[in-house]
Write a protein that binds this ligand. Structure first.
Ligand code: SIN
Length: 286
């Protein structure tokens, strides 16, 4: 049995149907699904009914699991992170455009997010295609950025200081922890060669990029802000509406994502498994 792949938008995302993860995927189905992930940056599945153990088994077909150091794990499953918002909680996790774990030397390949409880309305996640964002830059900026690197860090986002500032980390409180583990800093090309597709992609994000290599933070800020605004232009995005049992599998090297916080007084509970990645190479124009 083949899977069916239906693009969600021109720049990013595709719906995959004909797959029942609980029943298991043939090698052919898995290969087709992986190709859809490479081609579209994020793939969406509906109506999956899986246990945490089946979520883990499925994730292990993609890559080794990367255990998130900061999120609360699901009880009994240390490699599954809980992304939760209860009715009395005002702030959510992930409500800025970002890519997961860019502060690591080998940033996570992607994440598999599974919806256990969602509000009737709201709580969508937006995705922005960073290959399309790169293509829309002028030739001059492509050339300049193609020779630049940027520093990324977990310290300001998840370290002790983050709990004293009005940051997302402080706002979501006990749902994020282990500030002593926020010691990761990394340096990546601003334009990466996507490890699977070979395509160029813009690779800076507002949560974790701190400055360009050789530039101060003050010098970097205006260009970074311009790139963040460019990277999330509507024509590069798709807004996914969750249902209980939906799954999104995204590639952090090809997309950014943003969890919309518009469901006050409602519950939303997701399980996330993060997939190990690799070090990133610059895209070299031949
Ligand atoms: C995240 O991984 O940033 C959370 C995404 C979501 O909850 O939609």
């Amino acid at each position: 049995m083949s899977i069916t792949v239906t693009p969600a938008s021109n720049a990013v995302g595709a719906f995959v149907s004909g797959v029942d993860i609980a029943a298991g995927l043939s090698d052919k189905q898995f290969t087709e699904m992986r190709q859809a992930f490479v081609d579209h940056g994020v793939i969406f599945l509906r109506d999956q009914d899986i246990t945490p153990a089946q979520h883990i088994e499925f994730a292990e077909r993609w890559s080794e699991i990367n255990i998130n150091r900061f999120f609360q794990p699901v009880e009994g499953y240390p490699n599954v992170a809980e992304v939760r918002k209860d009715p009395d909680q005002v702030h959510n996790i992930g409500s800025n455009w970002h890519t997961d774990h860019s502060y690591d030397d080998e940033p996570a390949m992607g994440s598999i997010l599974y919806a256990r409880q969602v509000p009737d309305v709201g709580g969508d996640t937006m995705f922005a295609g960073q290959c399309a964002a790169y293509q829309a830059l002028s030739d001059g900026l492509k050339d300049t950025l193609g020779r630049m690197w940027a520093h990324h860090s977990s310290r300001h986002a998840f370290g002790a200081l983050a709990y004293l500032q009005p940051t997302e980390t402080a706002q979501v409180g006990k749902r994020i922890g282990n500030p002593e583990l926020a010691t990761q800093d990394s340096r990546h090309p601003v334009i990466i060669k996507h490890p699977l597709s070979g395509r160029p992609a813009l690779y800076v994000n507002g949560d974790f990029t701190v400055h360009f290599d050789g530039w101060t933070q003050d010098e970097s800020e205006p260009l970074l802000q311009q790139l963040y605004a460019h990277a999330s232009r509507p024509e590069f995005t798709y807004r996914f509406k969750w249902e209980k049992g939906s799954m999104a599998i995204w590639d952090n090297r090809a997309v950014q994502h943003n969890a919309i916080n518009d469901y006050q007084g409602e519950s939303r509970l997701m399980h996330r498994i993060t997939l190990e990645g690799e070090s990133l190479e610059p895209f070299v124009v031949s």
